[in-house]
Design a protein around this ligand. Structure first.
Ligand code: 6PG
Length: 226
């Protein structure tokens, strides 16, 4: 498996501690170098422990821009939205003012959201740090195995119909997801063991394609490592 480094951590808590420290360090470096920190946050449950730690870090979020790697086409306040989960776990309006949290406007419908977000993120590339998760089928963001990837390499956003509900999703493309100065993939829990083993055996999973293009570090807990 080229271009990817796997790191083993004993527990999800230890892994989240390391990731939170890496996010804060990346933010410090980016703000010192460029005056702002552009983070692409992952959806799903795995990173929520990281966001909770960041909420306790009393960070100065006024120089942060928090983007999302993907979003489900649901109303803004639907608990199944990635933006909702992240806001609940982390985005205290004092720590991170609302205009520094830039969710994908998926409530407008997939095509409109993809077009608007592509315009929004264009001047923000390359991102400073991209956080990704991995589904039990090896998907990442809303890029699912067996589902066509956008052909045009220039595209940064794509609309997907996921095999698991909610079907309509908007996702950064592999190119955009791999456009981070740093990329961390978080994998915890025994449920991920099979997909991780397939990845390490060279299966061409969507998470593998993005992680290898990005030269990502993959942080894995003992339960997922097997
Ligand atoms: C999503 C996420 C998705 C997530 C994986 C893993 O919108 O569902 O972006 O790609 O990272 O499904 O989810 P868990 O961390 O909950 O296992």
């Amino acid at each position: 498996v080229t271009g990817v480094r796997f790191q083993l951590h004993d527990t999800p808590e230890a892994l989240a501690e390391v990731v939170a420290a890496r996010v804060l360090e990346a933010a410090r470096r980016a703000i010192a170098a460029r005056g702002r920190f552009v983070l692409v946050a992952a959806g799903g449950r795995t990173p929520l422990q990281v966001y909770a730690r960041l909420a306790r870090a009393r960070l100065d979020g006024s120089r942060w821009l928090v983007l999302h790697g993907d979003e489900r086409c649901l109303p803004v306040d639907d608990p199944a939205r990635n933006s909702h989960a992240i806001a609940a776990a982390w985005l205290d309006p004092v720590a991170l003012p609302p205009n520094n949290h830039l969710p994908i406007p998926a409530e407008l419908g997939a095509e409109t959201a993809a077009r608007r977000y592509a315009e929004l993120i264009a001047p923000l590339l390359p991102f400073d740090l991209v956080l990704l998760g991995m589904g039990e089928d090896g998907h990442t963001a809303s890029l699912f195995p067996g589902h066509p990837m956008p052909e045009d390499e220039a595209l940064t956003m794509a609309v997907h119909h996921a095999p698991k509900p909610p079907a309509d999703r908007v996702s950064l493309t592999p190119r955009a997801l791999a456009a981070g100065r740093e990329t961390l993939v978080l994998v915890t829990g025994a449920g991920k063991r099979e997909a991780l083993a397939r990845w390490r055996d060279g299966a061409g999973l969507p998470v593998a394609r993005v992680a290898e293009a990005a030269g990502a570090e993959v942080l894995v807990d003992a339960a997922a490592w097997g």
